[in-house]
Design a protein around this ligand. Structure first.
Ligand SMILES: Nc1ncnc2c1ncn2[C@@H]1O[C@H](COP(=O)(O)OP(=O)(O)OP(=O)(O)O)[C@@H](O)[C@H]1O
Ligand SMILES: [Mg+2]
Length: 290
């Protein structure tokens, strides 16, 4: 694992002018709204590379020549300056080869914008699980490297960062790939940016259906184990090359975890998967056994 020391240099920026921002900022590079607007050609739709629960993401070239992913937080995910900067200070101090680097942010007027290192090869959900609409090939060595990289990034958040960070939304679209297919976990620390009255993407708790640990989904109990559960789902996706939920498949094949559990049980009782030709048959078979 390559871990870089935390950086604590004060950054200077012409964008800093508000006393509240001056007070709240420690190690974060502040970008002027104008600078980010120029970088994205006025947030042109042609430069938009994605959209998620937090807002839209644009590709842009910064003044210093760096290419960045510029995430414009939506109105609902905007917090007060103080709360926003508290979280951003924490995120921007974190550096690890398997975590997406936050370059800085913009907090002008109502705008809350995050500026990240741009990853050339998109996310796992659009490549490995994207249904073959890309030219990348994931052999076992590459898949293994991705699994280990994600594990390292997660272990860093859980064990090296003080206080530790629970990601709360480990999933394929939050695993980005650089030009060498090194995986980088994105959006860590962002769950805390969600104001209490805002529900995230698809669930009451921060997280995504299909990846949620039962104790977190049902009782809201949040520990690092919730991330480990989601990581397990992600591993099953990486190994099988399919999404954990696919409603276009026949009902008995839609849920990957169900398939994994089923084959595990069959393996333990010494029955080959192919000898049982449907899930319903398996359930009947199961009723007789237990
Ligand atoms: N640093 C980055 N480099 C390259 N592409 C990025 C980067 N960050 C985000 N993207 C692209 O933008 C898309 C949207 O990202 P975003 O994090 O906003 O939503 P999401 O992860 O897909 O979903 P959700 O908000 O539900 O977690 C990603 O799937 C990815 O394709
Ligand atoms: Mg994301």
């Amino acid at each position: 694992m390559t871990c870089f020391p935390l950086l604590f240099s004060k950054s200077s920026s012409s964008a800093r002018h508000d006393p509240e921002i001056d007070e709240g900022i420690h190690n974060v590079k502040l970008y002027a709204y104008k600078q980010l607007r120029n970088a994205t050609e006025k947030f042109s739709p042609a430069n938009k590379i994605g959209e998620g629960g937090f807002g839209s993401v644009y590709k842009g070239r910064l003044k210093d020549g760096k290419v960045a992913a510029i995430k414009v937080l939506s109105a609902e995910s905007r917090q007060g300056v103080k709360e926003f900067l508290t979280e951003i200070n924490v995120i921007s101090e974190i550096e690890h080869e398997n975590l997406v680097k936050l370059y800085g942010c913009c907090v002008e007027k109502n705008n809350r914008i995050l500026v990240y290192n741009y990853l050339e090869n998109n996310s796992l959900s659009q490549t490995l699980l994207g249904g073959g609409h890309n030219s990348l090939y994931f052999d076992w060595g590459t898949r293994c490297k991705i699994c280990i990289g994600v594990a390292r990034g997660l272990a860093y958040l859980h064990e090296e960062v003080r206080p530790h960070i629970v990601h709360r939304d480990i999933k394929a679209s939050n695993i980005l790939l650089d030009k060498d297919l090194t995986p980088k976990i994105s959006d860590f620390g962002l769950a805390k940016l969600i104001p209490a009255n805002m529900t995230h993407v698809s669930t009451r708790v921060a997280g995504t259906l299909g990846y949620l640990a039962p104790e977190y989904a049902i009782g809201g109990k949040l520990t690092r184990k919730a991330d480990i559960y989601s990581f397990g789902v992600l591993l099953a996706e990486i190994i099988s090359g399919r999404c954990n939920i696919n409603s276009r498949l026949p009902i008995e094949e839609q849920f990957l975890l169900e398939r994994v559990c089923m084959s595990h049980i069959l393996h333990r009782i010494g029955v080959s998967f192919t000898s049982i030709n449907s899930y319903s048959q398996f359930c009947l078979f199961n009723l007789h056994l237990f």
